[in-house]
Ligand binder design. Structure first.
Ligand code: ARG
Length: 465
């Protein structure tokens, strides 16, 4: 069956049919197509194009199609051009000639926009739920080791000591921005395109606001040409998936390093690691490596649609059919990776003594000491210079910070007061960073409690579908 053909003397070539068909992937939209078509049947009845009896028959037939489509074999022998054609063929099998009325004043160009919006609405809700679950797990992991001290790194060199919860809260912030981003994207997805026709607006005066209410959209689109050529909402969704993957990839990289023998800060659960077929001792962080690997794939999905859309003349062009596989793939990888990361986080066992001694034996306290000098009245550049000399001297003499005594410190330079020696313990310096956003213990305890409260408020709104 075709939704067109009158104008043609011969049918499409087999090669073209194979080449252009999209049912093998856009079948994922079948439930959205059914839902949108039911609302459209009601809109046609409101226009007097369908009687209420016809409307009810169509709505019931669509419901059956939706039920039957839950069976994956439903599509087994189908070779329809796309999911929209498939659904109308199934409708015809059920209601006969009546099915010929369903497409009155409707174009597949707006239908595909509607279906993708309905589909992405559900996907966005799923991402929000998965982000929430991961964020809750990060907070739980912070609570397990509230006082653990770890070195913070810049350039992957030990920089300043921070609390373990402070480190995890950094990722919490990234994922909470992802939540905001998905919510903002949902607002742009949540606009009804139906009524736009192929590009010029439908020839029937549908009450578009009523259709929007029917389908749970908050707004209607303003320009029919824009609708026909617009995939911004799909790009927004792909960008959301990409930034989520970027954050997950950095977390994965951190934990691959931290769980390595070289760092030895943490242990990953057996359930999220795998062994080697040759080397019996190996316990590899494959779950995290796959998250990191899949991030590249999702960026590819974003890039793919970006480049597909570039330079397309107004309005719909068949190129746009290439939006779906990247969308489906990005959602699958991002949702799978979020779920995986949560399970990894659940399995993490921190070995707090290791990062604590890494902090103690390095000069992560240098800044604390320089700032204490500055507080005592030494200009900061001078203080920086003095502590730099202390570090250099220590490096030459093989001294750790804890090897300095009040006497040896104050005799190194008169600016150092004997009591400043206490700052050579990483936990001491932290206490000076109690401003909001800092790693001071009180600030972190407050930030952790606030994060827990924010997360409770973030519970995603109930899904529309
Ligand atoms: N399958 C098409 C797509 O995904 C939608 C149908 C519009 N096709 C058309 N030739 N106007 O973009």
């Amino acid at each position: 069956m075709k939704l067109w053909g009158g104008r043609f003397e011969s049918g499409p070539s087999e090669v073209f049919e194979q080449f252009s068909g999209s049912l093998h992937f856009d079948r994922k939209l079948v439930f959205a197509d059914v839902e949108g078509s039911q609302a459209f049947a009601r809109a046609l009845a409101a226009q007097g194009i369908l009687t209420s009896e016809e409307r009810d028959r169509l709505v019931a037939a669509f419901r059956e199609i939706g039920k039957e489509a839950e069976d994956p074999h439903y599509f087994a022998d189908a070779n329809d051009e796309d999911v929209h054609t498939f659904v109308i063929r199934k409708l015809t099998e059920k209601v006969g000639a009546l099915s010929a009325k369903i497409h009155t004043g409707r174009s597949r160009n707006e239908q595909v926009s509607l279906d993708v919006r309905l589909y992405l609405r559900t996907c966005s809700q799923t991402l929000l739920e998965l982000l929430n679950a991961l964020m809750a797990e990060l907070l739980a992991l912070a609570r397990k080791y509230p006082d653990a001290v770890v070195p913070g790194y810049t350039h992957l060199r030990r920089a300043q000591a921070v609390l373990w919860p402070h480190y995890l809260l950094a990722y919490f912030e990234m994922f909470s921005r992802d939540v905001e981003r998905v919510q903002q994207t949902l607002e742009r997805i949540d606009v009804l395109p139906l009524g736009s026709g192929a590009l010029a607006g439908s020839g029937f005066p549908f009450d578009r606001r009523a259709i929007a209410n029917d389908l749970g959209f908050t707004a209607i689109t303003r320009n029919s040409m824009d609708v026909s050529g617009d995939r911004d909402f799909a790009l927004d969704f792909l960008y959301c998936c990409s930034v989520i993957m970027l954050h997950l990839s950095r977390l994965a990289e951190d934990w691959i390093l931290y769980s390595s023998e070289e760092f030895n800060w943490m242990t990953l659960g057996d359930g999220v690691t795998s062994g080697s077929s040759l080397m019996p001792q190996k316990k590899n962080p494959d779950s995290l490596e796959l998250i990191r690997g899949k991030s590249g794939r999702v960026f590819g999905d974003l890039t793919s649609l970006f480049i597909t859309m570039k330079g397309l003349p107004m309005t719909y062009n068949r190129d746009m059919q290439e939006d779906k596989e990247p969308l489906f793939d990005a959602f699958q990888q991002a949702s799978g990776s979020l779920a995986m990361a949560k399970v990894v986080a659940e399995s993490v066992i921190l070995n707090p003594a290791v990062p604590a001694s890494a902090a103690e034996e390095s000069w992560v306290v240098a800044t604390d000491l320089a700032e204490e000098l500055a507080r005592s009245g030494v200009p900061f550049h001078r203080a920086h210079q003095l502590v730099g000399q202390l570090v250099l001297e220590s490096a030459k003499a093989g001294k750790r910070p804890s090897d300095w005594t009040p006497e040896s410190l104050s005799s190194f330079a008169p600016e150092f007061k004997p009591e400043m020696v206490r700052l050579l313990a990483p936990k001491e310096g932290m206490a000076s960073r109690e401003l909001p956003g800092g790693t001071g213990p009180a600030a972190v305890a407050k930030a952790l409690a606030e994060a827990e409260a924010r997360l409770r408020q973030l519970q995603p709104a109930a899904t529309h579908i």
